[in-house]
Design a protein around this ligand. Structure first.
Ligand code: NDP
Length: 456
């Protein structure tokens, strides 16, 4: 039998790679992990975590504004962007240290440097080569700039998280997760934000009511959304930057953030030489066991270009290790993945949209409510919360829960369990509401939304 330096060699110490490596080592496997940047990956260092810290920072603007109605005199407030960024960076350093510890404790060897596959069992990092029985590619993804002249002037989410100073104005290209999260953060901090969409509305793929409600509320918060825009070029002027559209409109701003999607990190990995198949966007093709076309090489997370969410990368990494190192064949279920966009107000969703459920099943019932949360009465804030349930008429099973409003992500996580258990609308109705809360609306919706009139 061939002998290798390691049982598992993981390339990339982000969420998926770290989860898999730690667990494999805890099962007694000899494991190494290569990382060319810092241990932690996109989620911890350039994504979910720093973004959410900035979201928290930005939310104080609302709290100060709302306080007066509750009897508080807040007085003059001042915001120091560099302090927030420095504190955020300190927290990331702490997390980086924790992640290194999580790897070292079970005995994972950390190899600093970018790794490259030489053959199905050999990896090169700098001048060193390592052999492994199994190689796991978990290299994640990176932001993609739009393919127009001047795109290099744009920030991506990486730079937006480390801006030395707040601009007075910001143009955001794109209307997805990253675009809206950063638009909300910067708008709350007093930046004039314009979002340019190529489509007709924000968050393509989300429920239509959610998209419309959110666009209204973002507008109420002063974010200008311009739909149907074809970006032609970015110009640099003395005053800043200009996004020029195909119809000649010019959108000027201190900074432009390109939030037009992400692509898998597969460059210089040696995939072609090793014979690993990729899809047209560069994502590594894997089967339901996360195995590539080479029997000894696996891939998890964003590099496979399927569901780019941290908990999915972690679940894939752990499932793989259960299968290979614990005699417990495990596959990840991609059903009912809850997800949230941490814009302001946040969007949270699990299961099918109304449009998708109608297309798949035809016969569905829809329940929807829109209300002004109790907190907004004394504060005088006009913002409304939207909640929506999509139900299979035949089985009465709840197929989708959608929310736009404060605490949506916290509420939808619990409902995702109900959906995974196959909960019916009747069971939602039988559940006692937790009063007074916004969440109780999910168990008190009685009126069906009238059927849409068929198009003649
Ligand atoms: P998304 O796919 O969510 O959004 C990309 C946006 O850019 C869309 O609005 C898209 O428009 C637009 N776009 C794409 N190409 C162009 C182009 N050439 N010109 C103009 N507009 C363009 O990508 P993100 O980068 O926001 O995020 C990537 C992924 O990361 C997300 O899908 C999500 O899986 C994950 N993520 C999750 C977060 C969370 O869980 N909170 C936070 C951040 C990211 P159109 O709709 O027309 O295609």
């Amino acid at each position: 039998m061939a002998s290798y330096d390691f049982d598992l060699f993981t390339i990339g110490a982000g969420s998926g790679g770290v989860a898999a490596s730690r667990r494999a080592a805890s099962y007694g496997a000899k494991v190494a992990i290569a990382e060319g940047s810092r241990v932690g990956g996109t989620c911890v260092l350039r994504g979910c975590v720093p973004k959410k810290l900035l979201v928290y920072g930005a939310q104080f603007a609302d709290h100060f504004e709302d306080a007066a109605g509750f009897g508080w005199e807040v007085g003059e407030t001042a915001f120091d962007w560099s302090r927030l960024i420095a504190n955020k960076d300190r927290e990331l350093d702490r997390l980086n240290g924790i992640y290194i510890g999580l790897l070292e404790k079970p005995g994972v060897r950390i190899v600093n440097g970018y790794a490259r596959l030489l053959d199905p069992h050999t990896v090169q990092v700098g001048s060193e080569t390592f052999t492994a029985k199994t190689i796991l590619i978990a290299t994640g993804g990176h932001p993609v700039l739009p393919n127009v002249p001047g795109a290099e002037y744009c920030l991506t989410s990486n730079e937006a998280l480390e801006l030395p100073a707040l601009p007075e104005s910001l143009v955001v290209l794109g209307g997805g997760y990253i675009a809206l999260e950063f638009a909300s953060i910067f708008a709350a901090l007093g930046v004039a934000v314009t979002v340019l969409l190529r489509g007709d509305n924000v968050l393509r793929g989300f429920d239509r009511d959610v998209r419309e409600h959110l666009a209204t509320e973002l507008g109420r918060r002063g974010i200008r959304i311009v739909a149907g825009v074809v970006l032609e070029r970015i110009e640099k002027t003395q005053a800043g930057l200009v996004a020029v559209t195909a119809d000649g409109r010019r959108f000027e701003a201190g900074q432009i953030l390109a939030a037009t999607g992400r692509a898998p990190n597969t460059r210089d990995l040696g995939l072609e030489a090793a014979g690993i198949e990729t899809d047209p966007r560069g994502g590594i093709r894997v089967d339901e066991w996360n195995r590539t076309n080479l029997h000894s090489v696996y891939a998890v997370g964003d590099v496979t270009d399927r569901v780019a969410l941290t908990p999915i990368a972690i679940a894939e990494g752990r499932a793989l290790v259960e299968t290979l190192f614990n005699g417990n064949p495990t596959q990840v279920s991609y059903q009912n993945i809850p997800t949230a966009v941490f814009c302001n107000p946040p969007v949270a969703t699990v299961g099918l949209t109304e449009e998708r459920a109608r297309a798949m099943l035809g016969q569905i019932d829809v329940y929807r409510t829109s209300f002004r949360p109790m907190k907004n009465t004394l504060s005088g804030r006009e913002e409304r919360t939207l909640m929506k349930l999509v139900v299979d008429r035949d089985s009465d099973r709840v197929l989708g829960c959608h929310m736009v409003g404060p605490d949506g992500p916290e509420i939808i996580q619990g409902l995702a369990i109900a959906l995974n258990c196959g909960a019916t609308k009747k069971q939602f109705d039988q559940t006692i509401g937790l009063h007074p809360s916004a969440a109780e609306e999910f168990v008190t919706m009685r009126e069906k939304v009238p059927e849409p009139t068929p198009v003649a």
